[in-house]
Structures are given as C-alpha cells and as structure tokens.
Design a protein around this ligand. Structure first.
Ligand code: PGA
Length: 251
C-alpha cells in the first residue's frame, strides 16, 4: 500500500516572520495521532528556520525547486546538496508554475529528478494537463508524455523513492477542484502506466498525491479515492487551522 503524504506548497509566500508563525501554529495544533506524513515546503529563505522549528515534530521539510547541477556559475539557483544541508527530505519538481512561467521542460525535470535521487532527496514530481488539453480530450496523452519523459532512465528501485503529484493545471489556485471521480480516473491511469513501466508491485507502492484547490471541505472525499494517496496543497496550507483539517481528513 502506498503511504499517505499531505504536503503544503507555500509558493512565494511567507517571509521569516510569517514562516515562523505558520510552522509554529502547525506544530502546536498537530493532532496527537495522524494517519499520514506531513511535509511543508517553504521558500528557500525560510528552510533552515522552519527546519529548526519542525525537527522534533511530525513535520518534514521540502523545497519547491532545485537545479540539477552540483555547483558552479548558475546565478540564482540552488543545488540538491544545499537543500540537504538545511534539512530537506523532499523537493517539489516540475510544478506546473515552473513549467508554464519558467519554461521547464520534461528533459530538465528528468535531470532534476535524477540529481535529487542521487543526492538523497525524495522528489515530489508534478504532472497535470491544462484546461485546453482536457477540453481537447488529450489528458491521458499529456500525462503519459510527462510521466515517460520525466522518468526516463529511472529504475524500479529509484521509483520507490519518488512521489507523484497529479495537479490538473485548471484546478490550481482557481477554486475549481477536479471531482473525486475525475481525479481518481487520472490517478488510476497513472498507476496503470507505472505498472507497465515498473511492474504492479512497485506501482502499488507509489504515493500519488492530488493537487488543485484541495480544501478542508473537499479533502476527505478526494483522499478516500482508491488511487489518491495524499494531497499537495497550495492556498489552504497557508493557515495552520485549514492545513490541519486537511491532515485530519487523511484516513
Ligand atoms: P492550490 O495549489 O491548492 O492553491 O490550488 C496547489 C499547488 O499548486 O500545488
């Protein structure tokens, strides 16, 4: 069985003060018993501080992006070893905002996934179709291309360390969630594809998160779908109480 992971993607939100407030609120309000792993992904500038406040709690740390080179003249970029050195366990790779706004290709994302794995970071690899692609009935083609190209040369053993996040682009930050049935249909397609690529046993173990306007009031129904193993949450993770309600919805 795939493990349940609820991750909060803070995006470009929260300076140090806001980050301290949010992680402190999460740590204080975390229920004694939870049925999932909890990950927060603050901006780079807050990683070290959030790590120091979260390290003795149930909250794990993730980053929102990284470069695939080890070091060098790459102004403005952050390497995998830098993320490791401030306590990151996870790194979000291939988020649709990175693809659409910053032009990241499947090839770049593949290089990043390989570097993350060889550096001991667990990738949260994001995929998802745009509204135009969904309306043109090419959702499955788009997802397949993103998965196959993003995971090029990834072995079955490595696949066990990768988390997938299915995030329909039309549902991100729009308040428009995919219906549980719509999300489950794509999650099932992804798991079948993983099964073809890596075998059924590995495919069954891979956590596939759903992302796109996950909120306290829709989380339980989404998370109860058989192939949905967690959530990647944007807007609703920025307040401790709403993120905790989503964590509590994970059964
Ligand atoms: P949202 O963002 O929950 O605000 O839609 C999700 C994401 O982009 O990961």
């Amino acid at each position: 069985m795939a493990r349940m992971i609820i991750a909060g993607n803070w995006k470009m939100q929260n300076d140090i003060n806001g980050s301290v407030e949010l992680v402190s609120g999460l740590a204080a309000g975390m229920p004694a018993k939870i049925n999932c792993e909890v990950v927060v992904c603050p901006p780079f500038t807050s990683l070290e501080t959030v790590y120091s406040l979260a390290k003795n709690t149930k909250i794990s740390l993730g980053a929102q992006n990284m470069h695939f080179e080890d070091s060098g003249a790459f102004t403005g970029e952050i390497s995998a070893s830098m993320l490791k050195s401030v306590g990151c366990k996870y790194v979000i790779l291939g988020h649709s905002e990175r693809r659409a706004i910053f032009g990241e290709s499947n090839d770049w994302i593949n290089k990043k996934i390989k570097k993350a794995l060889s550096s001991g970071l667990l990738p949260i690899f994001c995929i998802g179709e745009t509204l135009e692609e969904r309306e043109s009935n090419i959702t499955f083609d788009v997802i397949k291309k993103q998965v196959v190209e993003g995971l090029k040369d990834i072995t079955a053993a490595q696949m066990a360390d990768i988390v997938l996040a299915y995030e329909p682009v039309w549902a991100i930050g729009t308040g428009k969630t995919a219906s549980p049935a719509q999300a489950q249909e794509v999650h099932k397609f992804i798991r079948t594809l993983l099964s073809e690529l890596y075998g059924a046993a590995i495919a069954a173990e891979v956590t596939i998160q759903y992302g796109g306007s996950v909120k306290p009031d829709n989380a339980a129904e989404l998370l109860s779908q058989p192939d949905i193993n967690g959530a990647l949450v944007g807007g609703a993770c920025l307040k401790a109480d709403s993120f905790i309600k989503i964590i509590e919805a994970a059964k």
